[in-house]
Design a protein around this ligand. Structure first.
Ligand SMILES: [Zn+2]
Length: 384
């Protein structure tokens, strides 16, 4: 697929009623209602708090793709991209879109964890991480996912997530804007045929992304954990791809990353629709750097203290306040942060960095601004 066309489609089909970080069932329910005329939508179960978990079925082909988003309630970027794609499926007359729909049947659970989405938490209402519950199946959401997986019998699975701002793609000063993984399927992390097929799909997506966000794609390490859903489906010999929507410079609402997830999903589905995936073309997967945790939201360099000069790392804590997500700056570390990067950096030039009351900062402080040499530096997101 041509990148300029993918970008045009994104602008045309972007679901504008969904934006920023807080996406809950109340946002997507009216969209599902509207889609009902074109696509089949079924309620396949309920969350802990009794909210419907829905699946959307689209396409008529015999290659079956199953994807689910917001298994972690506070990871909403991929949900936005899913609805952008549904708009394209519904309205775009391009032959490539038509071919995806004639070659594939696609099942999408847009919000597996509606209770977590509403509360803006990773876990579900019982405080269980659904991505560690693939064996025990102790939670209703996990049972819904597994039951649908078994009845649909997918040929490919896409496990859609979002990742924190801490990740770099490798050791360079580049955020991991999108990350992938072809999860392991056994303790030895053997590169099996269906893992190679998942890797081959990732290679295709990486090619499209590298042209636009060079060195900003990473892969996760593949240590095996059978309690994770991706590892469980991979072990079942279904090629499974983990998608992680990450940080792009200044894009805390994740509206830029949303574009790259949209492109990645369409590229993957187009590849599946048009190719008999053998797993022969997987080698470039190993060229993608591994994710490292090298970023903080803000680093204040060279702060003078009586004990020596240190760097100060500040991280934004995401807080749900009146149905929007606010980013609250918290001091995370005061130490030498050589080798780490800030999405924003301030140089204190060996001056003391002080709070409003002229006390030095402490780890855990929630702080809107600092004083350096009597000058005020805002740490609030809209001001940086
Ligand atoms: Zn996640």
């Amino acid at each position: 697929m041509v990148i300029t066309v993918l970008n045009q489609w994104f602008e045309i089909y972007k679901e504008r009623s969904l934006f920023h970080r807080y996406i809950a069932q109340g946002h997507v329910a009216p969209l599902l209602k509207n889609l009902k005329t074109s696509f089949k939508i079924e309620s396949i179960g309920q969350s802990v708090l009794g909210v419907s978990i829905d699946v959307i079925l689209v396409g008529t082909g015999n290659k079956k793709i199953f994807m689910w988003s917001q298994m972690h309630g506070n990871e909403s970027t991929t949900t936005k991209a899913v609805f952008d794609i549904l708009n394209a499926f519904e309205n775009c007359e391009d032959h490539q879109i038509k071919q995806i729909l004639s070659s594939c049947t696609i099942a999408i659970i847009p919000m597996l964890n509606p209770d977590g989405a509403k509360a803006y938490t990773r876990s579900n209402a019982n405080e269980i991480d659904l991505n560690r519950d693939a064996q025990e199946l102790s939670q209703p959401e996990s049972k819904v996912l597994m039951k649908f997986y078994k009845s649909f019998k997918p040929d490919f699975c896409f496990n859609l997530h979002g990742q924190r701002t801490i990740f770099s793609a490798g050791k360079a000063n580049k955020p991991a804007t999108v990350s992938f993984l072809a999860p392991a399927q056994d303790e030895s992390c053997a590169v099996t045929n269906n893992r190679r097929r998942a890797m081959e799909i990732i290679v295709q997506m990486n090619k499209v992304l590298q042209k636009q966000i060079p060195h900003q794609v990473g892969v996760y390490d593949d240590s095996f954990n059978i309690n994770c859903v991706g590892d469980t489906f991979q072990r079942d010999n279904v090629p499974t791809v983990l998608f992680e929507a990450g940080h792009y410079a200044h894009d805390y609402p994740r509206e830029v990353t949303r574009r790259y997830i949209f492109q990645s999903l369409l590229t993957a589905m187009n590849y599946i629709a048009t190719t008999e995936i053998t797993g022969n073309y997987y080698n470039d997967y190993f060229e993608i750097p591994q994710n490292e945790k090298l970023f903080y939201d803000i680093i204040i360099r060279n702060s003078y203290t009586a004990g020596g000069n240190f760097d100060i790392a500040v991280m934004f804590q995401e807080k749900l306040i009146e149905k929007t997500i606010e980013f609250v700056p918290i001091v995370e570390k005061i130490e030498d942060l050589n080798g780490f990067y800030g999405h924003k950096e301030i140089n204190a030039n060996n001056n003391a960095v002080l709070k409003a009351n002229l006390e030095p900062l402490k780890v855990g402080d929630e702080i809107d601004f600092v004083l350096i040499n009597s000058k005020k530096f805002s740490l609030i997101l809209k001001n940086i």
